[in-house]
Design a binder for this molecule. Structure first.
Ligand SMILES: [Zn+2]
Length: 181
C-alpha cells in the first residue's frame, strides 16, 4: 500500500484535473490541502481497526463526494464539479492500493462496498509496500524506497496537471483582460 505522499499526489492530480479553474491564490491553497487530505483519508480506518474495508471503496467515494457537494467544500466552484473532483480524489486511494503489493492480511481492498464485501487486489506491484512495523531493521530503507518510487511515478503527473491548470488560468486572465478593455 502506498504512503500518504503517493496518495496525496494522486488525489491532487485527479482533483485538480476535474475541479475546473479556482480563482484566488488562497482558495487554491485550501483546494490543494483538501484534496491531499481526501487522498489520505481512507487510511484513517486504521484507527478503528477496519483497514482496507469500507473507506477503500466506490461506495465511500460516492458518499463523501455527495456530502462535499451538499456542504459545498471549497474544492471547486459548482456542486457538480465538487462532486466529481472529490469522488475522483477519493477513488485514487483504493486504485493506488490495488496497484501496490499488499503484505498484511486481509489482502486487497473491498473496492465495491456496499455492493460486495469481497476483497480485491490486482496482484500488481507498481507501487512499493509501506511498512508500519517500525521496530524492524528495514523499516526506513523499505519505506523511503517506496516513497521515492511514488515520487518518480506520480510527481511528473501532478506537475503536468498543475502546469496545464496554470496555463489555463493564464489564458482565462488574458481573456478577462481583453474582455474588460
Ligand atoms: Zn489505504
Amino acid at each position: 500500500m502506498p504512503s500518504s505522499v503517493g496518495h496525496g499526489l494522486a488525489a491532487l492530480s485527479a482533483g485538480w484535473a476535474l475541479a475546473g479553474v479556482a480563482v484566488a491564490r488562497r482558495a487554491r491553497l485550501i483546494q490543494a490541502a483538501l484534496l491531499v487530505a481526501i487522498g489520505a483519508a481512507p487510511d484513517l480506518d486504521l484507527l478503528w481497526g477496519r483497514h482496507s474495508r469500507e473507506t477503500h471503496s466506490m461506495g465511500a467515494a460516492i458518499l463523501v463526494a455527495s456530502v462535499a457537494a451538499w456542504q459545498r467544500w471549497p474544492v471547486a466552484s459548482t456542486r457538480w464539479r465538487i462532486w466529481l473532483a472529490v469522488c475522483a480524489a477519493w477513488l485514487t486511494h483504493p486504485v493506488l492500493d490495488a496497484l501496490a503489493l499488499d503484505t498484511s492480511v486481509p489482502l486487497g481492498i473491498t473496492a465495491f462496498w456496499p455492493w460486495s464485501h469481497e476483497y480485491y487486489q490486482t496482484g500488481l506491484s507498481v507501487f512499493g509496500p509501506i511498512s508500519r512495523r517500525y521496530w524492524l531493521d528495514n523499516f526506513w530503507s523499505m519505506n523511503l524506497a517506496s516513497i521515492g518510487k511514488e515520487l518518480i511515478l506520480l510527481g511528473p503527473v501532478t506537475a503536468g496537471v498543475w502546469w496545464k491548470k496554470r496555463s489555463q488560468r493564464a489564458m482565462e486572465d488574458t481573456g478577462a483582460l481583453h474582455g474588460s478593455l
